[in-house]
Design a protein around this ligand. Structure first.
Ligand code: KMH
Ligand code: ZN
Length: 284
């Protein structure tokens, strides 16, 4: 499946689970900050915002009420597509990672395999996504009309992609996020060769998005656009604008992606254009 050549869908991942204000003071954490930043990113050309929630102390939370607050504040400001994370964070138990789905986002992430954390305070723990967990998440999404974005971190994860396709649990166009450069065991590095070879494994009927971590965000998102994909930028994956210079905002990273897209004769899709391309149900 092909994205129209003159379009790119830009997702912004603004907050994530692991970035703190001590790493970059501009990371939005509170619902008001997340909504304000989503609005600024929408103004710059983002069509989708990928959401992680934080509690009052800035710790990741899976609480539905916090996701609901974030949704309400974003909806009050703009029409950007909300995509909640079911990947959550290391401190959110697997049984609670899907609680955000009760806040009824239009989209949600669906992680397609298990990874092992190898560094930091959670080293040695698993980011667990067993086949039964994937099927449970996607079944809830399906019954709630939520479009999954399938997160693929290595070639082996296409087995699970094919499993949910074969079981009829996802609909075309399959939206697959190729995530490169996670410092986890089981995830591929962020190199052009890995990106090209992941694209080779896309099932028929799939649209792809490129998410690259850290300094690879800029070059691999440019490559993603050149190869006809969608792209994700934002501080969840990269807190710098360039080497040694922290990003001032998520909108600054979106604005750069849009400038590059336009140099390549591509316009950023509006949220409504992205809804059409992805076959999303209109928000209720
Ligand atoms: N942190 C990203 C590299 C999720 O939230 O479900 C992957 C991600 C997954 O965004
Ligand atoms: Zn995420």
């Amino acid at each position: 499946m092909k994205l129209p050549e003159d379009k790119v869908i830009i997702t912004v991942a603004q907050t994530g689970a692991l970035i703190t204000k001590s790493m970059n003071p501009n990371v939005p954490e509170k619902p008001e900050e997340i909504a304000e930043s989503a609005y600024a990113c929408r103004q710059e050309g983002a069509a989708i915002c990928h959401i992680h929630a934080r509690d009052e102390e800035g710790k990741p939370t899976g609480a539905k009420e916090v996701f609901q607050k974030i949704h309400d504040r974003i909806h009050a400001k703009c029409d950007i597509i909300i995509q909640d994370s079911t990947g959550g964070a290391p401190n959110i138990a697997l049984e609670h990672r899907g609680d955000c789905l009760y806040a009824k986002p239009e989209m949600a992430s669906l992680n397609m395999g298990t990874l092992i954390r190898v560094a930091g305070p959670y080293a040695g723990t698993a980011f667990l996504n067993m086949p039964k967990d994937i099927e449970a998440f996607v079944t809830t999404m399906r019954t709630s009309g939520i479009k999954p974005e399938m997160e693929v971190y290595s070639h082996a994860m296409f087995r699970e992609v094919n499993n949910v396709i074969e079981k009829g649990l996802v609909e075309r166009p399959y939206y697959i996020n190729l995530v490169l450069g996670m410092r986890y065991q089981g995830a591929v590095d962020a190199t052009p060769k890995y990106l090209n070879s992941l694209i080779d494994f896309l099932p028929e009927g799939a649209l792809f998005n490129v998410t690259a971590i850290g300094p690879a965000q800029l070059p691999l998102t440019v490559m993603g656009m050149l190869l006809g994909g969608c792209v994700r930028v934002g501080m969840e994956d990269n807190i710098y604008y360039r080497k040694g210079e922290l990003a001032k905002s998520n909108a600054q990273l979106v604005a750069r992606a849009v400038r590059i897209a336009r140099e390549l004769n591509k316009e950023p899709a509006t949220p409504d254009e992205a809804r059409k391309i992805l076959g999303l149900n209109k928000p209720v």
